[in-house]
Design a protein around this ligand. Structure first.
Ligand code: GTP
Ligand code: MG
Length: 450
C-alpha cells in the first residue's frame, strides 16, 4: 500500500502543527525532511519516543520540533508511522508536506489513516465511525458517547451477535448436509429470541442518539411582542431575527441551532400567536402552531410587565401537558403578571430579560438538568448512527423471519437463507462483511489527516 501523509491538525496557525506519515516508506520519507539533534538516523530511533530535531527542506531549516516513529503494527494505522510535532505555521508546514510528497508519499484522502486502521484490524468499523463522531461531537454528552463507542462498547454487542448468528448458521448448514441429524427447533429459537431482544434494546436507545446528533426540536411560543425574537437573539448571541416594538414583526419561521447548558437545541422562532385578519400574518400564525406541535420542548414566553390576557391564556393552553419552560420576559420592567397561577400549572417558570440577557443562566441550568444526561446514560451504548440503526432493523427483520420459519416448521434451508441475510446485515456493522461502497461512504465523511 502506498505511503500517505497529511496535516493532522487544522490548517490554521497555532501552537502545534502535526504531520502524519504512514506506510512502508514512512521512515525513509520522514528522514528526508527531519533530522534528530543527536544525529541518530531515524531508523535507529527508539520506537514510540519523542526525538528533538529540525525540519529541513532544500538545506534550509524551516522549523524545530519533535518527531516520533512507530513501528508496524504498533501504530494507529497498524503501519510504519512517523508523526512530526512542529509549530502551527502553515507556510512552513506546507513546504514540509510538499517535500514529503516529493520524497515519495501521497496526500492522504479524507479518513485514510482511520481506514487503514480498520483494514489492518486495529479498529472495528463502529470504532472507526466513533472516531468521526468524537471529532465532530457538539456537546459533552455526544463526545462521551462517542468515546464509549471508540472503546468498543457497541462493537462488542455487534461482534457477539455476529458470532452467535454465525454459530447457528454453521449448525443449519450441517443439518442441510446431514438431514438425518435433525436439529430440534427449540434451542435455536431461544437463541434467536435473545438476539432479537438485544438488538431491540439497542434500537430503543436510537431515540436518545438522535437527540445527541440532531439536537432537541425546541419552539419559542408566545403572543406577539412578548420578546420571542429577542430570546432567539440572546440564545444565538447576535441579531439573528428582527426585533421591533410593533406586534406582529415576525412572520416566517426562523431556525437556528445552538448549544446551551450542554444541550443542543434546534430553536424555532415564529409569528406571535393571535387571532388576525391579516392573511400573511395568519399564515405565520399557522406555521407557528405547526412548529409548536412538532417541537419536543416549548419555550413559552409571556410579558411579565403586562397583565395576563386571553392571548396569553391561549398560548398556555397550547403548552399544557407538554415539555415546556415558561419564561416571564421583560423582568427588567415593573412586573404586573400574576406568577402564582402559572406556577401552579407549570413546573418550570423563570423570570428573564431577553433584551438584557438576565436570567438566562437559570434557563441554561434548567435545560442542563432536564436534558443533559451526564455520565451514566451516554456511555457509548447509545446508538447515534442512522446507518447502524438501519442495519440493525434489517438484521432483526431477517431474524424474525428465521424465527417464525422455525416455529412453523419450515425446512432448514429456508431458515438458512434468512440467517445468511441476518449475518450479512450485522456483518455490515462489524465490518466483516461490509461492501466496499459502504466503507467508502463512511470514510468520505472524515476530514483529511484522520
Ligand atoms: N424592556 C424589555 N423589552 C424587551 C425585552 N425583550 C424584548 N423587548 C422588547 O419588546 C419588543 C418586542 O420584542 P420582539 O423580540 O420583537 O418580540 P416578538 O415576541 O418576537 O414579537 P413578534 O415577532 O411581533 O411576535 C421590542 O421592542 C423589544 O425590544 C426585555 O427583556 N425587556
Ligand atoms: Mg418576533
Amino acid at each position: 500500500m502506498k505511503t500517505i501523509a497529511a496535516l493532522a491538525t487544522p490548517p490554521l496557525s497555532g501552537a502545534l502543527g502535526i504531520i502524519r506519515i504512514s506506510g512502508d516508506k514512512a521512515f525513509l520519507v520522514a528522514s528526508s525532511v527531519f533530522a534528530a539533534k543527536n544525529s541518530l538516523p531515524l531508523a535507529q530511533w527508539p520506537p514510540r519516543t519523542l526525538v528533538m530535531g529540525g525540519a529541513v527542506v532544500d538545506g534550509v531549516l524551516l522549523d524545530e520540533g519533535m518527531a516520533v516513529r512507530m513501528v508496524a503494527p504498533y501504530s494507529y494505522t497498524g503501519e510504519d508511522t512517523v508523526e512530526l510535532h512542529l509549530h502551527g505555521s502553515i507556510p512552513a508546514l506546507r513546504a514540509i508536506l510538499e517535500a514529503i510528497y516529493k520524497a515519495g508519499a501521497s496526500p492522504a484522502a479524507p479518513g485514510e489513516f482511520t481506514r487503514r486502521a480498520f483494514l489492518h484490524g486495529k479498529l472495528s468499523l463502529s470504532q472507526a465511525e466513533a472516531v468521526a463522531d468524537l471529532v465532530t461531537a457538539e456537546t459533552r454528552d455526544a463526545a462521551r458517547n462517542a468515546a464509549g463507542q471508540l472503546e468498543g462498547r457497541l462493537g462488542r454487542v455487534f461482534a457477539e451477535t455476529y458470532d452467535t448468528l454465525a454459530g447457528l448458521l454453521a449448525r443449519f448448514y450441517a443439518a442441510v448436509d446431514y438431514p438425518e441429524e435433525d436439529i430440534s427447533p427449540g434451542e435455536p429459537a431461544a437463541i434467536l429470541q435473545t438476539v432479537l431482544d438485544t438488538l431491540d434494546d439497542l434500537l430503543l436507545t436510537a431515540g436518545k442518539g438522535l437527540l445527541l446528533r440532531e439536537g432537541l426540536r425546541c419552539s419559542i411560543l408566545g403572543k406577539p411582542n412578548v420578546g420571542k425574537s429577542s430570546l432567539l437573539n440572546a440564545f444565538v448571541g447576535h441579531e439573528r431575527a428582527i426585533v421591533s416594538s410593533v406586534p406582529g414583526t415576525t412572520r416566517d419561521t426562523l431556525e437556528e441551532t445552538v448549544t446551551v447548558g450542554g444541550v443542543k437545541l434546534r430553536l424555532t422562532d415564529s409569528a406571535g400567536i393571535r387571532e388576525t385578519k391579516d392573511d400573511l400574518e395568519a399564515i405565520g400564525v399557522s406555521r407557528a402552531r405547526g412548529a409548536a406541535e412538532n417541537a419536543e420542548l416549548l419555550l413559552v414566553v409571556l410579558d411579565g410587565s403586562q397583565e395576563m390576557d386571553d392571548a396569553d391564556r391561549a398560548v398556555l393552553d397550547l403548552a399544557r401537558d407538554r415539555a415546556c419552560l415558561v419564561l416571564l420576559n421583560k423582568a427588567d420592567l415593573p412586573q404586573k403578571l400574576e406568577r402564582e397561577q402559572i406556577e401552579a400549572a407549570f413546573l418550570h417558570v423563570l423570570p428573564i430579560s431577553a433584551k438584557f440577557g438576565q436570567g438566562l443562566d437559570a434557563v441554561y441550568s434548567t435545560l442542563r438538568r432536564l436534558y443533559e444526561a451526564g455520565d451514566t446514560l451516554y456511555d457509548g451504548s447509545v446508538l447515534t448512527n442512522e446507518r447502524q440503526a438501519d442495519a440493525i432493523r434489517r438484521t432483526m427483520d431477517a431474524v424474525r423471519n428465521a424465527l417464525s420459519g422455525l416455529r412453523d416448521g419450515v425446512t432448514p434451508d429456508a431458515v438458512l437463507a434468512e440467517l445468511e441475510r441476518a449475518l450479512a446485515c450485522i456483518g455490515e456493522l462489524t465490518g466483516r462483511r461490509v461492501r466496499e461502497e459502504i466503507v467508502d461512504e463512511i470514510f468520505a465523511k472524515f476530514c483529511v489527516g484522520k
